[in-house]
Write a protein that binds this ligand. Structure first.
Ligand code: FES
Length: 161
């Protein structure tokens, strides 16, 4: 097992911030049409030293272990960041201790980045009547799977619109 796999394994043994956040300010969901994996991220903000910063972040994902490991690291790193700072964070930075992802796994990190950007773009929170908030990830997945698959290069699609 190489070092990358070892860190993924350790992270998955105790993933941080996994699960739906009831009182989130915003939520973002993206899917990768190429591998069919999806990731949803919730953000909660607070005021700190006169700035609005991320109080906590959580995620939900099915399938890909690398995306779960990246999301676990990313949601820890996002705490205390302003929306502008979070917006600047790319997949590589969000991957934290995982470092540069292997070529086959780069899109896993991009999925996490996409969900974060989507959540930042959706802030402030949608009203509860908005059914994208009440959809479960599983429902979104079956919706996504009913759409025609795209081929070609990796493309992250937004599922909230
Ligand atoms: Fe597609 Fe990881 S294999 S997100």
């Amino acid at each position: 097992m190489n070092e990358f796999e070892e860190i993924v394994r350790e992270t998955l043994a105790n993933p941080q911030n996994q699960g739906e956040m009831e009182d989130a300010d915003s939520v973002g969901t993206v899917g990768s049409p190429d591998c069919g994996d999806m990731l949803r991220m919730w953000l909660k903000f607070k005021q700190q030293d006169g700035k609005k910063v991320i109080d906590k972040a959580s995620f939900q994902s099915f399938g890909c272990q690398t995306a779960i490991a990246v999301a676990s690291m990313a949601t820890e790193m996002l705490k205390g960041k302003t929306a502008e700072e979070a917006e600047q964070m790319g997949a590589e930075e969000l991957s934290g201790d995982l470092g540069a992802l292997p070529p086959m796994k780069i899109h896993c990190g991009q999925l996490v980045e996409g969900a974060l950007k989507n959540a930042l773009g959706n802030e402030p929170a949608q009203t509860p009547a908005d059914d994208t908030d009440t959809n479960t990830l599983a429902q979104s997945m079956s919706l996504a799977q009913s759409k025609p698959k795209q081929s070609g290069k990796i493309k992250i699609i937004k599922l909230d619109q």
